[in-house]
Design a protein around this ligand. Structure first.
Ligand SMILES: [Zn+2]
Length: 68
């Protein structure tokens, strides 16, 4: 298991763009690049905001809607 030999490290698809990338010496893993990493984090955060509060989530603890 020579992990510091780049040639022996298997390529993996970047979760963001799907481009084959390598783990070895990659500070942005599992992403292929810092950019993909940031994009993915941003998308994830944006998704949080986009999720409707009343559905698609498991938490049913929130206060019910009062109907007048
Ligand atoms: Zn990528």
């Amino acid at each position: 298991m020579a992990e510091n030999t780049p040639a022996s490290t298997p390529a993996f698809p970047c979760p963001r763009c799907g481009k084959p990338s390598r783990w070895s010496g990659n500070p942005s893993r599992p992403f292929c690049s810092e950019r993909c990493k940031l994009i993915d984090l941003g998308a994830w955060a944006a998704e949080e905001y986009r999720v409707p509060l009343k559905q698609g989530r498991d938490f049913t603890d929130e206060a019910p809607d009062y109907e007048d």
